[in-house]
Design a protein around this ligand. Sequence first.
Ligand SMILES: [Zn+2]
Length: 275
Amino acid sequence: MRKLMLLTISIGLCLSFGCAANPITGEDELMFDRDYHHDVNLGKEVAPQVEKELKGRIKDQVLQDYINGVGHKIARFSHNPDFDFDFAAVNDKSINAISLPGGRIFITKGLLLKLESESQLAGVLAHETVHVVARDTENMMSKQAGMGALFILAASQAKTQGEVAAADIALQLVTLQYSREDERTADLGGIDYMVRAGYNPNGMVETMQILQKEEASKSSDFFSTHPSPENRIDYLRARIQSHYSNSVAGTKVGQEDYRQNVLDRIKNLPDSPGK
Ligand SMILES: [Zn+2]
């Protein structure tokens, strides 16, 4: 969902910097030489600042538990369930979802209000879960000048300096663009996670259709950070047809659960529009 960046990795680069197999695609990728514990620490370090950048958590525990519950149902089936997954809803009105290295995932109120069912929510969270497991944010940052240094600062013991760096990272992460290839992998891998967790994979397609409508009405800045949903709908439909056409029956859509636990809860917040 972010600026097109093509990855050309030569064997020479892999040898000098170390490659790791991407758990989703199975392909070798140039990676920071770090294990996932490092990702978890980085994510924890900047999560409070990112949360602040996104106007803080929505103050409703029922809603938060529901979002986190759906997220964990999916994360259990991911290629690395040992990340420190935490799914939270934030007050930002933009239409977006953001994942930090290590498993902190945020979904905005703007996006929650556009969705209509638990399976659509599952589609968004599954997509972000793939970004975490594939370590896409880490990969992007390793190519972005200065980001690595910022992270080292953020994790440093120098408290004030660390906080300033964390705030900087937060700003950059909110607008970070992944490559189209990363997005495609997150879409297709996400569908796989959703189905394993018992959700109707059409939820992902519906989410893209909702985003497409938004794009047509130009009512969001979502498309500055995400590729157009149009061709994503095509390849998602093809994947459902080829892989899951026999496994859709009996999977969860959860329209009513979503209405009760998200839409009605947001409507009843003290600061909701019209109150
Ligand atoms: Zn994405």
